[in-house]
Write a protein that binds this ligand. Sequence first.
Ligand code: ADP
Ligand code: MG
Length: 336
Amino acid sequence: MGEFDLIARYFTRPATRAALGVGDDCALLRPTPGTQLAVSSDMLVEGRHFFTDVDPAALGHKALAVNLSDLAACGATPVAFTLALALPRANEAWLAPFSRGLLALADAHGCELVGGDTTQGPLNICITVFGEVPVVNGKSQALLRSGARAGDDIYVSGTLGDARLALDALRGVLALPADVLAQARQRLERPTPRVALGQALRGVATAALDLSDGLTGDLHHILKASGVGATLDTSVAIGLIAASAHPACATGLFSLEQRLQCVLSGGDDYELAFTAPASARAAVQAAARQADTPVTRIGRIDAEPGLRLIDADGQSLGGQFASFDHFSASAAATAP
Ligand code: ADP
Ligand code: MG
C-alpha cells in the first residue's frame, strides 16, 4: 500500500466543519467570529511515551486525548487537528485499529482530522489541535497558568495516580491484582480529556493546566507563572487514587507512601488542576456538575512562594515528591 492509499483509507473523511479537509496543500478552517484560535501540539514517541506492544486503538485514542487535554486546560472548544505520522511500515493490522481509536475520540469531541504528513521512519505520532476560545467584551476567556491569586482554592478533576500505578506494574516495579491493573491500565492507555470541564470553568477558574507530568511538578508551573506559592493537603490528595478503594489496599497492597508518590508525582493523569477564589466554590461545583466531572479541593494558594505539603493535622510533610522531567538527570534511566 502506497502513502496516498494509506492516507485515503485510514485518515480521510469528508470535511463537515472545515471548509476543506485532507487532500489539498492546506486545510481551510472557518474561524467562528468573536473567538481566538487555541493551538497545541503533542508528540508521542515509541519507547518513550508508550510500549511497543501497546494496543494500537488505545494509542490512537491517547495520541489525540493528550492534545485535547491541552485544549481543555485552556477552556477551548476543539475544532480540528492535524496528524504527522512516522511509521516503520504500512501495516494495516496496526493502521486500522489505530485510526479507529483516533477517529472515535475525534468524533466524540467534534474535532476533525483535516490534514497531516505521513512518512516512513521510527513510530512517532505528532498531533496539532486547533480549538476556539470566546472573546467577551474584548477579553479572551482562555484559562491561563498565570491567574492564580493568594487565597484561591486549588482543585483537581477526577482521579490521580492510577496511570503511574499501571506503569509501575507493567515495568515490573510492583505487582497488582489483575482487576486493579486492568482498571489502572485504562487510565494509562485511555485517558479522558476533561474538555467539557475546561469550557465550564471559563469565567470561574483563575488559572488552570492539565496534569501530564505529575501534580506537584505541574502545579509549580501555575505557581511560577502566577508568582505565588501553595499548600496541598496530602490527606485529601491521597484519596484521589482510584485503586485506594480496592479491598486489597487495606491488606497492604501498596503502601501509603507509594500511593502518595503516585498521586503527587505520578504523571500521565490528564486531569485538570485549577484555582478559583473561595467565593466561587458554588460556581466550581456547578461547573463540575455541568461537565459531569467530579472535582476535589486539595489546597490553597499562598502569597509565600514554594509548595508546602501538609497532613490532616496541618503538619508539614518531609520528603521529595519530584515530578517527571524528560531532561532531568534521572529521567533517562527511568522514563517509560
Ligand atoms: P504535501 O504534498 O503538501 O506534502 P502530502 O502529499 O504529504 O502533502 O499529503 C497529501 C494530503 O494528505 C494533504 O492534504 C495532507 O494534509 C494529507 N495528509 C498526509 N498525511 C496525513 C495524515 N497522516 N493524516 C491526515 N492527513 C494527512
Ligand atoms: Mg507532505
